[in-house]
Design a protein around this ligand. Structure first.
Ligand code: NAP
Length: 256
Protein backbone atom coordinates (compact mmCIF):
# COMPACT_ATOMS: atom_id res chain seq x y z
CA UNK A 1 0.00 0.00 0.00
CA UNK A 2 1.65 3.20 -1.11
CA UNK A 3 0.92 6.60 0.41
CA UNK A 4 3.22 8.47 -1.97
CA UNK A 5 2.30 12.19 -1.99
CA UNK A 6 -0.35 11.61 0.71
CA UNK A 7 -0.15 13.83 3.79
CA UNK A 8 -0.85 11.92 7.01
CA UNK A 9 -1.33 13.85 10.26
CA UNK A 10 -0.87 11.74 13.40
CA UNK A 11 -1.55 12.97 16.93
CA UNK A 12 0.29 11.32 19.81
CA UNK A 13 3.06 10.35 17.39
CA UNK A 14 5.68 10.69 20.13
CA UNK A 15 4.91 7.39 21.86
CA UNK A 16 3.31 3.94 21.65
CA UNK A 17 0.65 3.31 19.00
CA UNK A 18 1.02 6.75 17.37
CA UNK A 19 4.78 6.29 17.02
CA UNK A 20 4.27 2.85 15.45
CA UNK A 21 1.73 4.38 13.02
CA UNK A 22 4.26 7.07 12.07
CA UNK A 23 6.95 4.51 11.24
CA UNK A 24 4.47 2.26 9.36
CA UNK A 25 3.18 5.14 7.20
CA UNK A 26 6.79 6.23 6.56
CA UNK A 27 7.50 2.72 5.21
CA UNK A 28 4.64 3.38 2.75
CA UNK A 29 6.22 6.69 1.68
CA UNK A 30 3.69 9.02 3.35
CA UNK A 31 4.41 12.69 3.99
CA UNK A 32 4.05 12.99 7.75
CA UNK A 33 2.94 15.64 10.19
CA UNK A 34 3.77 14.31 13.66
CA UNK A 35 2.04 15.85 16.65
CA UNK A 36 2.81 15.47 20.36
CA UNK A 37 4.00 17.35 23.43
CA UNK A 38 7.39 15.71 24.04
CA UNK A 39 9.67 17.26 21.43
CA UNK A 40 12.62 14.92 22.11
CA UNK A 41 10.46 11.86 21.49
CA UNK A 42 8.94 13.47 18.39
CA UNK A 43 12.44 14.14 17.01
CA UNK A 44 13.45 10.54 17.67
CA UNK A 45 10.37 9.15 15.88
CA UNK A 46 10.83 11.61 12.99
CA UNK A 47 14.42 10.37 12.59
CA UNK A 48 13.21 6.75 12.48
CA UNK A 49 10.61 7.71 9.85
CA UNK A 50 13.21 9.50 7.73
CA UNK A 51 15.44 6.41 7.87
CA UNK A 52 12.54 4.36 6.46
CA UNK A 53 11.39 6.69 3.68
CA UNK A 54 14.09 9.28 3.06
CA UNK A 55 11.36 11.86 3.69
CA UNK A 56 11.65 14.29 6.62
CA UNK A 57 8.41 14.57 8.61
CA UNK A 58 7.41 17.87 10.15
CA UNK A 59 7.07 17.75 13.89
CA UNK A 60 4.68 20.04 15.73
CA UNK A 61 4.61 20.27 19.50
CA UNK A 62 1.02 20.89 20.48
CA UNK A 63 -1.44 20.07 23.22
CA UNK A 64 -4.77 18.99 21.73
CA UNK A 65 -6.63 20.30 24.76
CA UNK A 66 -5.65 23.82 23.67
CA UNK A 67 -7.83 25.52 21.04
CA UNK A 68 -4.89 27.68 19.90
CA UNK A 69 -2.58 24.67 19.55
CA UNK A 70 -5.14 22.72 17.52
CA UNK A 71 -5.67 25.64 15.12
CA UNK A 72 -1.90 26.15 14.85
CA UNK A 73 -1.09 22.49 14.16
CA UNK A 74 -3.55 22.35 11.26
CA UNK A 75 -2.28 25.67 9.88
CA UNK A 76 1.36 24.58 10.16
CA UNK A 77 0.60 21.31 8.37
CA UNK A 78 -1.29 23.16 5.59
CA UNK A 79 1.46 25.79 5.25
CA UNK A 80 4.08 23.07 4.91
CA UNK A 81 2.33 20.54 2.65
CA UNK A 82 -0.72 22.40 1.29
CA UNK A 83 -3.04 19.45 1.96
CA UNK A 84 -4.14 16.79 4.45
CA UNK A 85 -5.22 13.34 3.23
CA UNK A 86 -5.41 11.30 6.43
CA UNK A 87 -6.09 12.35 10.01
CA UNK A 88 -5.20 9.82 12.70
CA UNK A 89 -6.75 10.88 16.00
CA UNK A 90 -4.55 8.80 18.27
CA UNK A 91 -3.52 11.10 21.17
CA UNK A 92 -5.18 9.91 24.33
CA UNK A 93 -4.84 9.56 28.04
CA UNK A 94 -6.28 7.55 30.87
CA UNK A 95 -6.55 7.79 34.62
CA UNK A 96 -7.20 5.08 37.17
CA UNK A 97 -9.98 6.55 39.25
CA UNK A 98 -13.47 5.52 40.21
CA UNK A 99 -16.41 7.48 38.85
CA UNK A 100 -16.77 9.38 42.14
CA UNK A 101 -13.06 10.26 42.22
CA UNK A 102 -11.50 13.61 41.41
CA UNK A 103 -13.22 15.60 38.69
CA UNK A 104 -9.84 16.85 37.48
CA UNK A 105 -8.96 13.32 36.32
CA UNK A 106 -12.30 13.10 34.50
CA UNK A 107 -11.77 16.55 32.93
CA UNK A 108 -8.29 15.61 31.71
CA UNK A 109 -9.45 12.36 30.11
CA UNK A 110 -12.50 13.91 28.47
CA UNK A 111 -10.76 17.08 27.27
CA UNK A 112 -8.00 15.05 25.62
CA UNK A 113 -9.79 11.96 24.31
CA UNK A 114 -13.12 13.53 23.33
CA UNK A 115 -12.89 17.33 23.12
CA UNK A 116 -9.40 17.32 21.55
CA UNK A 117 -10.40 14.73 18.96
CA UNK A 118 -13.65 16.58 18.17
CA UNK A 119 -11.94 19.96 17.89
CA UNK A 120 -9.09 18.78 15.68
CA UNK A 121 -11.42 16.83 13.42
CA UNK A 122 -13.59 19.91 12.88
CA UNK A 123 -10.50 21.99 12.04
CA UNK A 124 -9.32 19.36 9.56
CA UNK A 125 -12.66 18.59 7.86
CA UNK A 126 -12.53 21.33 5.17
CA UNK A 127 -9.07 20.10 4.10
CA UNK A 128 -10.13 16.43 4.16
CA UNK A 129 -13.16 17.26 1.99
CA UNK A 130 -10.84 18.91 -0.55
CA UNK A 131 -8.57 15.85 -0.66
CA UNK A 132 -11.41 13.24 -0.39
CA UNK A 133 -9.41 12.02 2.56
CA UNK A 134 -10.24 9.94 5.58
CA UNK A 135 -10.04 9.77 9.37
CA UNK A 136 -9.01 6.93 11.68
CA UNK A 137 -9.88 7.40 15.35
CA UNK A 138 -8.10 5.28 17.95
CA UNK A 139 -10.80 4.04 20.30
CA UNK A 140 -10.52 0.97 22.59
CA UNK A 141 -12.26 -2.31 23.41
CA UNK A 142 -13.24 -0.45 26.59
CA UNK A 143 -15.69 1.61 24.51
CA UNK A 144 -18.14 -1.29 24.95
CA UNK A 145 -16.71 -3.13 27.97
CA UNK A 146 -17.27 -1.41 31.33
CA UNK A 147 -14.30 -1.30 33.71
CA UNK A 148 -15.10 0.53 36.98
CA UNK A 149 -11.52 1.73 37.70
CA UNK A 150 -11.46 3.38 34.27
CA UNK A 151 -14.97 4.82 34.13
CA UNK A 152 -14.02 8.14 32.53
CA UNK A 153 -11.76 6.42 30.01
CA UNK A 154 -14.50 3.92 29.04
CA UNK A 155 -16.98 6.80 28.68
CA UNK A 156 -14.52 8.72 26.50
CA UNK A 157 -13.96 5.80 24.14
CA UNK A 158 -17.72 5.11 23.88
CA UNK A 159 -17.99 8.74 22.76
CA UNK A 160 -15.27 8.17 20.15
CA UNK A 161 -17.17 5.21 18.66
CA UNK A 162 -20.32 7.33 18.36
CA UNK A 163 -18.36 10.30 17.03
CA UNK A 164 -16.90 7.97 14.37
CA UNK A 165 -20.37 6.89 13.26
CA UNK A 166 -21.91 10.39 13.30
CA UNK A 167 -18.96 11.88 11.41
CA UNK A 168 -19.04 9.04 8.86
CA UNK A 169 -22.73 9.72 8.23
CA UNK A 170 -22.16 13.47 7.96
CA UNK A 171 -19.09 13.30 5.73
CA UNK A 172 -19.87 10.33 3.48
CA UNK A 173 -21.55 12.50 0.84
CA UNK A 174 -18.40 14.64 0.76
CA UNK A 175 -16.25 11.60 -0.03
CA UNK A 176 -14.63 11.46 3.40
CA UNK A 177 -14.50 8.12 5.24
CA UNK A 178 -14.31 7.89 9.05
CA UNK A 179 -13.44 4.72 10.95
CA UNK A 180 -12.22 3.65 14.37
CA UNK A 181 -9.73 1.07 15.54
CA UNK A 182 -10.47 -0.46 18.96
CA UNK A 183 -7.35 -2.06 20.42
CA UNK A 184 -7.22 -4.34 23.43
CA UNK A 185 -4.32 -3.96 25.86
CA UNK A 186 -1.07 -2.87 24.18
CA UNK A 187 2.07 -2.41 26.29
CA UNK A 188 2.80 1.33 26.04
CA UNK A 189 3.40 4.26 28.38
CA UNK A 190 -0.39 4.61 28.80
CA UNK A 191 -0.46 2.41 31.91
CA UNK A 192 2.33 4.20 33.76
CA UNK A 193 0.71 7.53 32.86
CA UNK A 194 -2.63 6.22 34.17
CA UNK A 195 -1.11 5.71 37.60
CA UNK A 196 -0.37 1.96 37.36
CA UNK A 197 2.99 0.69 38.67
CA UNK A 198 5.42 -1.01 36.28
CA UNK A 199 5.21 -4.21 38.36
CA UNK A 200 1.41 -4.32 38.10
CA UNK A 201 1.61 -3.54 34.39
CA UNK A 202 4.07 -6.39 33.81
CA UNK A 203 1.88 -8.78 35.83
CA UNK A 204 -1.19 -7.78 33.85
CA UNK A 205 0.50 -8.36 30.49
CA UNK A 206 1.93 -11.71 31.60
CA UNK A 207 -1.56 -12.81 32.55
CA UNK A 208 -3.02 -11.58 29.25
CA UNK A 209 -0.36 -13.45 27.30
CA UNK A 210 -1.15 -16.67 29.17
CA UNK A 211 -4.92 -16.40 29.00
CA UNK A 212 -5.96 -14.51 25.86
CA UNK A 213 -7.56 -16.70 23.18
CA UNK A 214 -4.56 -16.24 20.87
CA UNK A 215 -2.07 -16.61 23.80
CA UNK A 216 -0.36 -13.37 22.86
CA UNK A 217 -0.65 -9.62 23.31
CA UNK A 218 -1.42 -7.05 20.60
CA UNK A 219 1.56 -4.83 19.78
CA UNK A 220 1.58 -1.20 18.64
CA UNK A 221 2.88 -2.40 15.24
CA UNK A 222 -0.16 -4.70 14.84
CA UNK A 223 -2.49 -1.76 15.46
CA UNK A 224 -0.53 0.36 12.97
CA UNK A 225 -1.11 -2.26 10.24
CA UNK A 226 -4.87 -2.04 10.72
CA UNK A 227 -4.78 1.77 10.78
CA UNK A 228 -2.79 1.76 7.53
CA UNK A 229 -5.31 -0.56 5.87
CA UNK A 230 -8.31 1.54 6.92
CA UNK A 231 -6.59 4.73 5.72
CA UNK A 232 -5.78 3.17 2.35
CA UNK A 233 -7.83 2.95 -0.83
CA UNK A 234 -8.19 -0.79 -0.19
CA UNK A 235 -10.76 0.22 2.47
CA UNK A 236 -12.63 2.50 0.06
CA UNK A 237 -16.04 0.96 0.91
CA UNK A 238 -15.51 1.05 4.69
CA UNK A 239 -16.86 3.94 6.75
CA UNK A 240 -18.44 4.28 10.18
CA UNK A 241 -16.89 1.01 11.35
CA UNK A 242 -15.14 0.22 14.63
CA UNK A 243 -12.54 -2.53 14.27
CA UNK A 244 -11.49 -4.55 17.32
CA UNK A 245 -7.85 -5.71 17.41
CA UNK A 246 -7.13 -7.51 20.69
CA UNK A 247 -5.95 -11.11 20.18
CA UNK A 248 -9.45 -12.11 21.30
CA UNK A 249 -9.17 -10.54 24.79
CA UNK A 250 -12.68 -9.10 24.59
CA UNK A 251 -14.10 -12.61 24.11
CA UNK A 252 -12.98 -13.55 27.63
CA UNK A 253 -10.53 -16.02 29.16
CA UNK A 254 -10.47 -19.22 27.05
CA UNK A 255 -8.62 -21.26 29.70
CA UNK A 256 -11.70 -21.80 31.90
N1 NAP B 1 -2.13 0.96 25.18
C1 NAP B 1 -3.33 0.40 25.21
O1 NAP B 1 -3.55 -0.65 25.84
C2 NAP B 1 -4.46 1.02 24.44
C3 NAP B 1 -5.62 0.25 24.22
C4 NAP B 1 -6.68 0.81 23.54
C5 NAP B 1 -6.60 2.09 23.07
N2 NAP B 1 -5.48 2.84 23.28
C6 NAP B 1 -5.44 4.20 22.77
O2 NAP B 1 -4.34 4.37 21.92
C7 NAP B 1 -3.98 5.75 21.88
C8 NAP B 1 -2.48 5.87 22.07
O3 NAP B 1 -2.14 5.43 23.36
P1 NAP B 1 -0.80 4.64 23.70
O4 NAP B 1 -1.19 3.35 24.30
O5 NAP B 1 0.11 4.66 22.56
O6 NAP B 1 -0.27 5.54 24.92
P2 NAP B 1 1.03 6.42 25.14
O7 NAP B 1 2.25 5.62 24.85
O8 NAP B 1 0.86 7.00 26.49
O9 NAP B 1 0.91 7.57 24.04
C9 NAP B 1 -0.05 8.58 24.15
C10 NAP B 1 0.28 9.64 23.13
O10 NAP B 1 -0.74 10.66 23.19
C11 NAP B 1 -0.10 11.92 23.31
N3 NAP B 1 -0.94 12.83 24.08
C12 NAP B 1 -1.57 12.60 25.24
N4 NAP B 1 -2.24 13.70 25.63
C13 NAP B 1 -1.99 14.65 24.68
C14 NAP B 1 -2.39 16.00 24.53
N5 NAP B 1 -3.17 16.62 25.42
N6 NAP B 1 -1.96 16.68 23.44
C15 NAP B 1 -1.16 16.09 22.54
N7 NAP B 1 -0.75 14.80 22.63
C16 NAP B 1 -1.16 14.10 23.70
C17 NAP B 1 1.22 11.65 24.02
O11 NAP B 1 2.10 12.72 23.72
P3 NAP B 1 3.40 13.11 24.61
O12 NAP B 1 4.02 11.82 25.05
O13 NAP B 1 4.25 13.86 23.64
O14 NAP B 1 2.89 13.93 25.74
C18 NAP B 1 1.62 10.32 23.39
O15 NAP B 1 2.25 10.55 22.16
C19 NAP B 1 -4.81 6.43 22.96
O16 NAP B 1 -5.92 7.07 22.37
C20 NAP B 1 -5.27 5.27 23.83
O17 NAP B 1 -6.46 5.56 24.50
C21 NAP B 1 -4.40 2.32 23.95
Amino acid sequence: MSFTDKVVLITGASSGIGAACAVRFAKSSALLSLIGRNVDNLRDIARQCEECSGLKPIIITADITSDEDVERLVNQTMNHYGRVDVLINNAGTSSIAESHAKITAYDNVMSTNVRGTYLLTNEAIPHLIKSSGNIVNISSILSTKPLPILTAYCMSKAAIDMFTKCAALELGAHGVRVNAVNPGPVKTQLFRRSGMSDIDTDRMFTSIELNSPLRKVTKSEDVAELVLFLASDKANCITGSCYVIDCGVNLGDSST
